[in-house]
Design a protein around this ligand. Sequence first.
Ligand SMILES: Cc1cc2nc3c(=O)[nH]c(=O)nc-3n(C[C@H](O)[C@H](O)[C@H](O)COP(=O)(O)O)c2cc1C
Ligand code: SF4
Ligand code: SF4
Length: 432
Amino acid sequence: MADLSTSFVGIKSPNPFWLASAPPTDKAYNVVRAYKAGWGGVVWKTLGEDGPPVVNVNGPRYGAVWGADRRLLGLNNIELITDRPLEVNLREIKQVKRDWKDRALVVSLMVPCTEDAWKAILKRVEETDADGIELNFGCPHGMAERGMGSAVGQVPEYIEMVTRWCKENTRMPVIVKLTPNIADIRKPAEAALRGGADAVSLINTVNSITSVDLDRFAPEPTLDGKGTHGGYCGPAVKPIALNMVAEIARNPATRDLPISGIGGVTTWRDAAEFMALGAGNVQVCTAAMTYGFKVVEEMISGLSQYLDEKAMTLPDLVGRAVPNVTDWQYLNLNYVTKAVINQDDCIKCGRCYAACEDTSHQAIDMSADRVFSVKEEECVACNLCVDVCPVENCITMRELAPGEVDKRTGKPVAPYANWTTHPNNPSVSAAE
Ligand SMILES: Cc1cc2nc3c(=O)[nH]c(=O)nc-3n(C[C@H](O)[C@H](O)[C@H](O)COP(=O)(O)O)c2cc1C
Ligand code: SF4
Ligand code: SF4
């Protein structure tokens, strides 16, 4: 069995699966059960400054998007940071860390934007012997209106300033958690690095309204006739998160900055994808909230089996796909494929035909007895038919070898060439 142990910014854990700061990590009872189930670490639910705890809504706080089989694809929430007293949380953190020395315990923090407020909480967290802190610059609702959370995370100068205060006032590693509600994720990551961050974690939740109640005419979740935007997470946000992780991992300015990948991780495969794009570990929230703590068992066994099959170590996997993430203009425009329909697997539903005929390139033929076949001379290899076909692997894409004639263009497949040298590129013809 592959060794899954990790040291993320010096914080050791038996596996790279941490629970993200959220309800699953809100109290000792949950965290201890999570550790028993096998989680390598947790980021404790965000703590705020001392004083009266925050007040959560007392009506519904979640909205959801489901797939056709009612599987939860996206979860939206309007919950705030912890609403338990600071003292109670700190006492529990200290006890849990004492009892579970081999697991990672990072504490998420969000206090007002003054150095004194950060200094005060850092001192108290240090006394718990927690392994590190995560700065919550991401929460998109409730706290942002009070000048915290994403109100900080959307301004790189604030990120840099608060990160620096933290680095100057604690010996603990500082992980900066980024909001995705920003145009260019590289900017806050660069700011965190300038402030001295040991790592970034991303993504926090995406601003969203998941649905509208068409009887009450209000966004859901609806409280007394009103709704507000919430933070979206779960499988639906994984593509957004993967892209942002990759952007940071391949940005020359931040490529050495450790990343904790978050957003829709539900299976070992999701985790492996984040790690291949540069994440040193992953954090999970929605999958644990949907399926319980035991989902980690599949993540551990799946990742370790995958690594064994590939004869790779975990560090071999981290960042392995980063060199293959490029900009559009460097893609090989002479790479040609064609759709192929496997007649044995086809259930004759006609979805590929409708999609290609109505919205793509009229490259699928439907015979009178509903046999569907690809017209190679029309197929531009867009892949849409593969994506709409309900039978997995029924339609595949065949790669044309160099020299083979592309029936659509009538020309043999040429060697690699990209947009930067293409004759249709105005900047190329201008340079000539
Ligand atoms: C109900 C709920 C509460 C959350 N509370 C916090 C929080 O207090 N601090 C924080 O940094 N992130 C919080 N998050 C965001 C998660 O830590 C995580 O970044 C996000 O859910 C994406 O991961 P996922 O797709 O695995 O859920 C919360 C998420 C949910 C669903
Ligand atoms: S790959 Fe695109 S163009 Fe080719 S058959 Fe499928 S949908 Fe049509
Ligand atoms: S979508 Fe798939 S299953 Fe349906 S007709 Fe096309 S190839 Fe056959």
